[in-house]
Design a protein around this ligand. Structure first.
Ligand SMILES: [Zn+2]
Length: 226
């Protein structure tokens, strides 16, 4: 079940957490032991919705995992704004991943790949801010966009969220195992970054496992809120 040892001159990724908004969550939805189990009147907490930049150590490719909440979140489909953000999950987005990239000396045009863990509003951000990136989404997420909003006015997903000519819909079913993970994709083919099947939260969910050093450092990045 162990993860593989490093190779000679092992490539890895430098991982940076980026700002991607804050979301108020009712603890009763996520915890079993709370004083007031009513999600509307019970205790809440303000938590970050994170985005991660993974900078490859050798080929200089830049990869983002999740985009958090878009700044103009009132532009999410009305069903999301009215039924989720205004009722259960109030949001504030003082800075988004583009702001973080600029602070670090990069811009959205520098990003080669963007992998979305799943298509809930607090993870998809605003893909239109990244006009050159290739998007990676698990194939099971695609039906959420068809027809999507506005063709279906009650849909929770925007139909043109992703441009089909710049999106790879990932079929995880034939991916090989890695350590404890049954289905994984060695994304760069050098053992530095793996996309892993993560069924359970919602259809079309993936996580990442990436090396953070040339010796034995690893990090698991998961997007499992809401
Ligand atoms: Zn979610």
């Amino acid at each position: 079940m162990a993860l593989p040892p490093p190779a000679k001159d092992q490539a890895y990724c430098k991982v940076s957490a980026m700002e991607a908004g804050l979301i108020e969550i009712p603890l009763a939805i996520f915890l079993t032991e709370v004083d007031n189990p009513d999600p509307l009147t019970g205790e809440k907490d303000l938590v970050p919705s994170l985005s991660f930049l993974l900078h490859h150590s050798q080929n200089s490719k830049k990869f983002i995992f999740d985009l958090g909440i878009r700044k103009d979140f009132e532009k999410y489909p009305p069903s999301v704004v009215e039924n989720w953000i205004k009722v259960f999950f109030p949001c504030q987005v003082p800075e988004d991943p583009v702001d973080s990239l600029v602070k670090g000396g990069y811009g959205p045009d520098d990003i080669d790949y963007i992998c979305l863990s799943h298509l809930h509003f607090d993870h998809v951000g605003d893909p239109s801010l990244f006009p050159k990136s290739t998007f990676l989404v698990r194939a099971e997420g695609k039906p959420f966009l068809i027809p999507g909003y506005p063709a279906d006015p009650n849909a929770g997903y925007v139909s043109d969220l992703l441009l089909l000519d710049r999106t790879q819909f990932l079929d995880t079913s034939k991916w090989p195992p890695l350590g404890p993970f049954p289905y994984t994709l060695d994304f760069y083919g050098d053992g530095s970054l793996y996309i892993i099947d993560a069924a359970g939260h919602v259809a079309g969910h993936v996580n990442l496992v990436t090396r953070t050093s040339p010796d034995r450092g690893w990090i698991l990045l998961g997007g499992v809120s809401s």
